[in-house]
Design a protein around this ligand. Structure first.
Ligand code: PXP
Length: 251
């Protein structure tokens, strides 16, 4: 059980805005530096096959210039494996990727893709990179992730964030159950995708969840309040939710 939830700030969409005009502004590395000062525990960046936001040179600079652990989100391809092995980020999170999607639409089907994933998990782990698999909160996916030897799973919480009412409650229960089950199997459990000020508390309150990765909402919110303020508020909501949950558990 963890008292403090780690917050990984995903800076992809700083690059999205930069790429809308070309040139160098706004600079995702500057955003990463500011995120570090605002209390982020790690920086997350997704180098997509089509390079629609983060570029190869962003990854070069993040690896060289930022002291926080870098979590490289990557598709299970030979190209991305070579890049990860060259940079040796602290962590690699393997995500599904479809060229036509707007964002990562769901978790990686590790059960269907285990043959393709097994050598990738081994090569990354052998290089000292902490491998995480971005999966739907389901027992089958957890078992296959464990069998693949990944030490970490990140639960896709997008369906919870995108739904309302009873449906949202149902998705939250699935996340809670998967977190308990994953932790009992010895997996480190993370969560991410779609989290906002409104949705983060219930996920941060799940004691088995060790890390949250949050991007789009924070970068969007930064337009109105600034990046430091957005991250500080998110950090506060996470810490309060976790403290209240631990307080309830020990009462
Ligand atoms: N975690 C993973 C594995 C992701 O692929 C993403 C999106 O790139 C995120 C977290 C962050 O999601 P969001 O930008 O919706 O906060």
């Amino acid at each position: 059980m963890m008292n403090r939830v780690r917050l990984g700030v995903n800076i992809d969409h700083v690059a999205t805005i930069r790429n809308a005009r070309g040139g160098g502004h706004p600079d995702p590395v500057r955003a990463a530096r500011q995120a570090a000062e605002a209390g982020a525990d790690g920086i997350t960046a997704h180098l997509r096959e089509d390079r629609r936001h983060i570029s190869d040179s962003d990854i070069d600079r993040l690896a060289a210039e930022i002291d926080l652990p870098l979590n490289l989100e990557m598709a299970a391809t030979d190209e991305m494996l070579a890049i990860a092995l060259r940079h040796k980020p602290h962590a690699a999170c393997i995500v599904p990727e479809k060229r036509e999607e707007r964002t990562t639409e769901g978790g990686l089907d590790v059960a269907a893709k285990h043959r393709q994933l097994a050598p990738l998990v081994t090569r990354l782990s052998d290089a000292g990179i902490r491998v995480s698999l971005f999966i739907e909160p389901s027992a089958v996916q957890l078992h296959v992730a464990k069998a693949l030897g990944a030490p970490v799973v990140e639960l896709h919480v997008g369906a919870y964030c995108d739904s309302e009412g009873a449906e949202r409650e149902m998705h939250l229960r699935r996340i809670q159950e998967a977190a308990v089950q994953g932790a009992s199997m010895g997996l480190e459990v993370h969560a991410g995708h779609g989290l906002t000020f409104e949705t983060v508390g219930a996920v941060a309150a799940i004691p088995e969840i060790v890390e949250l990765n949050i991007g789009h909402f924070l970068i969007g919110e930064a337009i109105f309040s600034g990046l430091t303020s957005a991250i500080t508020r998110m950090r506060g909501l996470i810490d309060t939710a976790r403290a209240e949950a631990l307080g309830r558990a020990s009462a």
